[in-house]
Ligand binder design. Structure first.
Ligand SMILES: Nc1nc2c(ncn2[C@@H]2O[C@H](COP(=O)(O)OP(=O)(O)O)[C@@H](O)[C@H]2O)c(=O)[nH]1
Ligand SMILES: [Mg+2]
Length: 228
């Protein structure tokens, strides 16, 4: 077989194996009654900053839990520790070869440290990367992508996978609009081209813009027993 064809088969096998593990995670989440969000973005788009805003808003209303993915360090977990909610850090280096994403097995490895039966909503902050995380299901109910306007208008066209797989796109750092040449209409056109009809919300973790709308979206998606 040609080398490229072999690589393709190996890759498909890896993704099939991951899908089976993701399904096992899913069964576990369902049994515990835990709704799961997979939050993805490039490094620095504002996932942790938006999570801080989200926890400030929802902590008293829902039983939340966080699984933090990073290549190294517990820096993001440390930022969220003040909320005193169940939180686990999964580092992909060295345990998982420094991978640029979380896969179903890595998420599975963090679950023993989370009291799932006591968590209504688990938010997984994936490793920062604009491509890899989108390839791996981890057992989530929905995918939320955070996109920073500092990344430019054309990225949906160049790196379509994550944009295409997102159920919601949080277009973040809009407080910086006046300082950038970012063309919002053009960006939204590109987003629509790769993921027709996908919902987006303009957010700023700095000013809090859009956080209410995002939390409302989130609450709408929850099973009826968890809604306000
Ligand atoms: N101006 C501005 N800065 C932001 C916003 N969101 C995040 N940041 C900053 O962007 C940097 C990366 O944010 P972080 O939450 O760590 O991104 P993550 O890597 O996706 O988790 C930090 O310096 C944040 O303070 C925002 O809405 N507006
Ligand atoms: Mg982060």
């Amino acid at each position: 077989m040609h080398r490229t064809a072999v690589k393709k088969v190996v890759r498909e096998n890896v993704l099939d194996a991951n899908d089976a593990l993701a399904q096992a995670n899913r069964t576990r989440f369902d049994r515990a009654g835990t709704y799961v969000i997979n939050m993805m973005s490039s490094p620095g788009a504002g996932k942790t900053a938006l999570l801080e805003r989200t926890l400030e808003r929802l902590c008293t209303e829902l039983r939340l839990g966080i699984l933090e993915g990073d290549v190294q360090t517990t820096l993001d977990a440390d930022r969220l520790a003040r909320f005193h909610i169940p939180l686990v850090q999964v580092n992909t280096d060295p345990g998982f070869g420094g991978e640029c994403h979380l896969d179903a097995n890595m998420v599975h490895s963090g679950l023993p440290e989370l009291p799932l039966d006591e968590i209504d909503l688990l938010i997984i902050e994936n490793v920062g990367n604009l491509v890899c995380p989108a390839e791996f299901k981890v057992g989530e109910d929905v995918r939320v992508m955070v996109y920073s306007i500092t990344e430019g208008e054309e990225k949906p066209l160049k790196y379509p996978l994550m944009f295409r797989s997102a159920d919601l796109v949080l277009v973040n750092k809009v407080d910086l609009l006046e300082h950038l040449d970012f063309d919002m209409q053009q960006f939204l056109g590109h987003l629509e081209a790769v993921n027709p009809g996908v919902r987006h919300i303009l957010t700023s973790a700095r000013t809090g813009q859009g956080v209410e709308e995002w939390c409302a979206w989130l609450q709408q998606r929850l099973p009826p027993r968890l809604r306000e």
